[in-house]
Design a protein around this ligand. Structure first.
Ligand code: ADP
Length: 399
């Protein structure tokens, strides 16, 4: 069974095709700078496949998806479009309507479209991908997998903001949370690694990439998460501020010339690590910090301090925690951040093992000391594989 996974962005298309037997990646591709004079199209194939990078004008997503299909055929990844059993689409915002992946029909696309005000950049791009592939491959079942769905198990006391209730009822203002596909994937792997049933696992999952979020998972279900109505809330991220006093916005509007759009841009694109030290790539920040740069050091300290506060909060609401999970580009690759986040938490039963933490390895790695009550795991995330697996599940439920 071959499943194609698509992540359609505003000017890019990412795709991966899996042979579900053995979960093998047959090919993965990236089409970037769609609509610019010169776009870039790269595809890598598994094992005996053909890799290529092309620069050519790709005027819109329709052209991009046609090129993707042509490339899959030309590289013999598939012999015919009908070789693809299903297509799984990443959709950022599923609102409160979608609590799980769904088979896409007209009603589903209409609902994703109605949710655009909640995710004005992402949902339209995701929807474009769905609409084009439905035209290109009308007979192949298509499934939407939502970043927000995993967090739909949060109780009201965690997802509501302390605002007049009418704002929730009329304008859907509430916490939704994101990175759900990743939190769900790594927490399931953690359960299996620890030999615990998923539905019994209590853990704190930390997805630390350019965007970053933590989730409190009780009995395999998300009960709270740091991102909110939008991905701006919570941890310090590459370019997003995360938590701050909302009154800063009113203050800035009063004392600077910035309008609402400019402040929105400032908090989403010019803040976080970039705002603190002028750099958002954790590798470069780490290098600068080691060389003695005070601002880079401060960025790391602030990043870890914020994350530690969330660990404390989630330990309090979960009571029993089987493990902490580090994932995402920073979580998987930065021993320095993991060490700093976990140090000083010994009184809470968290003991990181410096040697295990510093040893580079692939796959799931335990980095706690033997006596650690709370295990500490590094788990590489694979959101595309999770989307493929969820898509397969929907397909099987259909038969
Ligand atoms: P995205 O959220 O865009 O998918 P990733 O999960 O790839 O991003 O994470 C990107 C972040 O991971 C960047 O800040 C990058 O610097 C960081 N990162 C990747 N490798 C390392 C490393 N070896 N050490 C520290 N940080 C790293």
């Amino acid at each position: 069974m071959k499943i194609l996974v698509i992540n359609s962005g505003s000017s890019s298309i990412k795709y991966k095709i899996f042979d579900m037997k053995g979960m093998k990646v047959l090919a993965n591709g990236l089409i970037e700078k769609i609509g610019r004079d010169i776009s870039r199209f790269r595809q890598r194939s598994g094992e005996s496949g053909v890799d290529f990078t092309k620069e050519l004008p790709i005027k819109d997503h329709t052209r991009g998806f046609s090129l993707m299909m042509e490339a899959l055929l030309e590289t013999s990844t598939i012999d015919h479009i009908s070789d693809i059993s299903a297509i799984g689409h990443r959709v950022v915002h599923g609102g409160k309507k979608f609590k799980a992946p769904v088979l896409i029909d007209n009603e589903v696309t209409a609902t994703i479209s109605r949710l655009i005000p909640l995710a004005p950049i992402h949902n339209p791009a995701n929807l474009t991908g769905i609409e084009i592939t439905m035209k290109l491959a009308p007979n192949i079942p298509q499934v939407a997998v939502f970043d927000t769905a995993f967090h739909q198990t949060m109780p009201e006391m965690a997802f509501l903001y302390a605002l007049p209730r009418s704002l929730y009822e009329h304008y859907h203002v509430r916490r939704y949370g994101f990175h759900g596909t990743s939190h769900s994937y790594v927490s399931r792997l953690a359960a299996s690694f620890l030999g615990i049933e998923s539905r019994r696992l209590n853990c704190i999952s930390m997805h630390l990439g350019n965007g970053a979020s933590a989730a409190a998972i009780e009995k395999g279900r998300s009960i709270d998460t740091s991102m909110g109505m939008t991905p701006l809330e919570g941890l310090i991220m590459g370019t997003r501020s995360g938590d701050m006093d909302p009154a800063i916005i009113f203050y800035l509007a009063r004392v600077t010339n910035m309008d609402i759009q400019e402040i929105d841009h400032l908090l989403n694109f010019d803040s976080g690590l970039l705002g603190i030290c002028g750099e958002n790539d954790m590798r470069l920040i780490t290098k600068r910090a080691i060389e003695g740069d005070a601002n880079a050091r401060l960025a790391i300290d602030m990043f870890c301090h914020r994350l530690k506060k969330y660990i404390g909060a989630y330990l309090a609401i979960l009571r029993r925690v089987d493990c902490l999970i580090f994932t995402g580009g920073i979580g998987e690759n930065s021993p320095l951040i993991r060490q700093q986040v976990c140090s000083g938490l010994e009184h809470l039963g968290i003991f990181i093992d410096a040697e295990r933490n510093n040893k580079s390895s692939t796959g799931i790695t335990a980095i706690h000391k033997e006596q650690s009550q709370v295990k500490i795991l590094v788990i590489p995330t694979d959101e595309e594989l999770e989307i493929a697996q969820q898509t397969k599940k929907i397909l099987q439920e259909r038969h």
